[in-house]
Design a protein around this ligand. Structure first.
Ligand SMILES: [Zn+2]
Length: 321
C-alpha cells in the first residue's frame, strides 16, 4: 500500500490490533490502519462501543487553563470554534476569559449538555454544521484529539482551514507516534487504539499535512497530556492480554460474523461485565504511579522537550485568505 500522506510505497505492516492492521510509512513516519473501515462501520463502532468521557468533569481544568495560557500568547480574546468540544468544559473556561465561543460535537448527549450551559454547539459534522454553511470565519479553531479519528484527515483539515480568517490559528492535539511510550510499548501503546485511531502522526509528517491546507507550522510541542503514563501502560499489558484471549474464546464460541467492526463491538459487549474491574485496576495503577511520576519529572520534561512526549500540540497559522 502507498502512504496516505506522502504517497511513498516504502510502507510495511507492523502489527494488528482488534483485527485491524497498522502500517508505517518509512518515508514520513505516518502510522495508519489499512484497509480503512467504512463510514458505516465506524458509525456502528461509535454507537456500540465508544464512551464519551473527556470534558464533562472539571478535573481537566488545569490542563485547559494551560492550553488557554498558551493560546493567549498568540491571540487576544476573539472568536473561537472547538471541533469535538464534548461536554463543553473547555469552551466554558474560554468564554470566561472573554472569547466568543462556538462548538461542534457529534455526540447528542454531550452537545445537549453543552447547549444547556448556554453554549452554541452544533451536533453535526463540520461540513454539515451551520458554521460551514454560513461560511463563518474564526480567529482560532481548536481540535483536541480528533484528527486521528477521521477517515480523510487531509479533507477535514482543508475544511478547517477554510473556516479560518487569514492569520487565524488552528491549534490541535494528537497522539505522538514517535513518542518514547509508542516506541517502548509498541502495539500495546494505549493510543494504537483501533479502529478509533485511524492515523497516528508525529513531528516529522505534521508539516506535510498542514501544507496541504495552506497552514504554516508555528510551534509544535510534546507533553504528557491525556496519556495515562508509561507505568500504568506497562502494567496494563497483562490486562490487555487477558482481554485478548477472552475475545478469542468468545469469537471461537459464538461469533461467526466476518465483519471486523461488528465482531469487535460484539466481543466488547461480551466482556463488558469486566469493565468495573478494569476501571478499578486503572485507578489503582494511577495511584501507585504517582511517586514514580514525581521522581521522573525532570527526566520526562527533558525527553518531552526533545519531542518524545506522548501527546503533540500543534499551533498552525493560516497563510492565505
Ligand atoms: Zn508517508
Amino acid at each position: 500500500m502507498n502512504c496516505y500522506l506522502c504517497g511513498s510505497s516504502h510502507t510495511s505492516r507492523l502489527f494488528s490490533n482488534h483485527n485491524f492492521d497498522y502500517y508505517k510509512c518509512f518515508n514520513c513516519q505516518l502510522y495508519q490502519i489499512y484497509p480503512l473501515p467504512s463510514n458505516k462501520d465506524l458509525n456502528t463502532f461509535y454507537l456500540g462501543e465508544y464512551k464519551m468521557s473527556i470534558g464533562k468533569h472539571r478535573d481537566n481544568l488545569k490542563i485547559w487553563q494551560r492550553i488557554m495560557n498558551l493560546i493567549e500568547l498568540f491571540k487576544k480574546p476573539c472568536s473561537l470554534l472547538e471541533i469535538g468540544c464534548s461536554y463543553g468544559g473547555l469552551l466554558v473556561e474560554v468564554r470566561k476569559r472573554g472569547w466568543k465561543v462556538c462548538g461542534i460535537e457529534l455526540s447528542q448527549e454531550a452537545a445537549a449538555y453543552a447547549n444547556k450551559k448556554g453554549l452554541n454547539v452544533s451536533c453535526k459534522s463540520l461540513e454539515r454544521s451551520i458554521f460551514f454553511k454560513n461560511k463563518k470565519r474564526f480567529d482560532v479553531i481548536l481540535s483536541w484529539h480528533v484528527l486521528e479519528h477521521y477517515l480523510n484527515p487531509i479533507k477535514e483539515i482543508r475544511n478547517i482551514s477554510g473556516l479560518l480568517k487569514k492569520n487565524g490559528m488552528f491549534i490541535f492535539s494528537s497522539p505522538n507516534a514517535n513518542s518514547l511510550e509508542a516506541k517502548l510499548l509498541g502495539k500495546f501503546w494505549g493510543w494504537f487504539d483501533a479502529p478509533a485511531h485511524l492515523f497516528l502522526f508525529s513531528k516529522r509528517n505534521i508539516k506535510y499535512l498542514l501544507a496541504k491546507a495552506d497552514l504554516k507550522l508555528v510551534k509544535i510541542i510534546t507533553r504528557r497530556g491525556y496519556s495515562m503514563g508509561i507505568i500504568v501502560q506497562f502494567f496494563y499489558i497483562p490486562v490487555t492480554l487477558v482481554g485478548y484471549f477472552l475475545r478469542k474464546i468468545i469469537s471461537f464460541k459464538k461469533n461467526k460474523k466476518n465483519k471486523k467492526i461488528e465482531k469487535f463491538v460484539n466481543e466488547q459487549k461480551e466482556i463488558g461485565f469486566l469493565y468495573p474491574l478494569y476501571n478499578f485496576i486503572i485507578k489503582f495503577l494511577t495511584i501507585i504511579q504517582w511517586p514514580f511520576d514525581l521522581l521522573t519529572l525532570p527526566l520526562r520534561k527533558f525527553y518531552y522537550s526533545l519531542g518524545y512526549g506522548p501527546e503533540l500540540i500543534i499551533i498552525a497559522e493560516k497563510i492565505k485568505k
